[in-house]
Design a protein around this ligand. Sequence first.
Ligand SMILES: Cc1cc2nc3c(=O)[nH]c(=O)nc-3n(C[C@H](O)[C@H](O)[C@H](O)COP(=O)(O)OP(=O)(O)OC[C@H]3O[C@@H](n4cnc5c(N)ncnc54)[C@H](O)[C@@H]3O)c2cc1C
Length: 385
Amino acid sequence: MKPVNSNIEYDVAVIGAGAVGLATSYHLASKGMRVILIEKNYAGSGSSTRNAAGFRVHFNSEHNVKFMVEGRRRLVGFGGEMGWNPIIFDSGYLWLLSTEADLQEFKRLNTMWSSLGVGGRFLDTHEVREVIPELNPQGLLGGFYGPQDGTFHHDLILFGYQEKLEGMGVPLLESSPVTGFNVSSRRVRSVLIGSKEIRAERFVVCAGAWSPQVTAMLGVSLPITPERRELGVTEPVKHFIKPFVISLKNRVYFAQGLRGEIRGGVTDMFRKGYHPLVSTLEWTVAYAARLIKTLPTVSNVRLNRQWSGYYEVTPDHSQIMGAHPSWPEGLFVAAGFSGHGMMMSPLAGELMAEYIATGRIPDLMRPYSPERFDENRLIDEAMVF
Ligand SMILES: Cc1cc2nc3c(=O)[nH]c(=O)nc-3n(C[C@H](O)[C@H](O)[C@H](O)COP(=O)(O)OP(=O)(O)OC[C@H]3O[C@@H](n4cnc5c(N)ncnc54)[C@H](O)[C@@H]3O)c2cc1C
């Protein structure tokens, strides 16, 4: 392939301007590295503007809990560092439990969470209805409340990073899909955007659900599967739901934003593959039925908006961060956050930048190495909703 503009040189080219690519670029540039960020469409056009904007420290895997205990600090500190307030709402998460098995599982998990300093509270049915009196008590055994969890505004995170990058003079190439790479002597030398070539020392693929398509251009297969998920938002109503609620029995989740709108989704309806990002009537009907079953009072509230986006799912529902000895040198990946990448993005970007700048893998990042799939060191993460 003939280079058109081969005199551009960077320390790092980051591919994909979602939350993870923006955060990684910001932290690399903060370390004085010459960074360029390349985006197929526009910044935030992937999953980072299509999510439910929940954050939680309560995961099944101890690694993910530790990651998000630190990740939560980054979210809370974001406004101070970046000058954009992501409006953290410390609302807590409320899991509605309907079976003895679920209750026992949360008790087991809460022992681990407590040992890591983030234990929650069990509520009986009466206490659950003190939190949200409008909840349908039928079949409810109780609830688990995680006070460390909550919601934020994902768009403000993206705007914060974009503004900082602009101020630091980091180029963001939008409408620039990566189409290939040049490799010689087993090292990635440059990235191609059509006929344009950009040379760099290192290349970080942060292309979310599309990351396998990008690494395939280098003959690298990534175990990330796109899953199309849908989300809906109602018209605003007076605030009455404080926590982010997940009903395990009805397989529905919802939260009320500060403007009064109720946003939510169902936990078990998705399509694997790069299906068009459209909204389906099948989903609308299922979501409405399950939401009303859980919270009958919303039966007259209208759905204002519905959309879809991809979860980027790995075999163990946990992200891939790092490089692999079998990959061409200079290739790094931070992707596959499996439906919880928005909350993890500020910390993920910081850790990736530290690794790339120093060559040392930060302890919190170590479990997420791409080698775990060959070595059968999968992360035990089942709490994906
Ligand atoms: C319905 C739904 C609900 C969710 N709820 C939550 C939640 O409550 N909390 C949470 O933390 N997470 C949630 N998530 C997950 C979260 O949105 C993602 O994990 C996160 O946004 C991933 O960020 P990213 O930067 O890795 O990927 P993305 O935001 O998808 O960014 C990848 C970027 O790469 C670009 N790209 C792709 N191919 C190329 C190419 N060839 N060249 C250049 N650029 C390319 C894309 O255009 C895109 O902008 C949810 C996701 C969905 C769909």
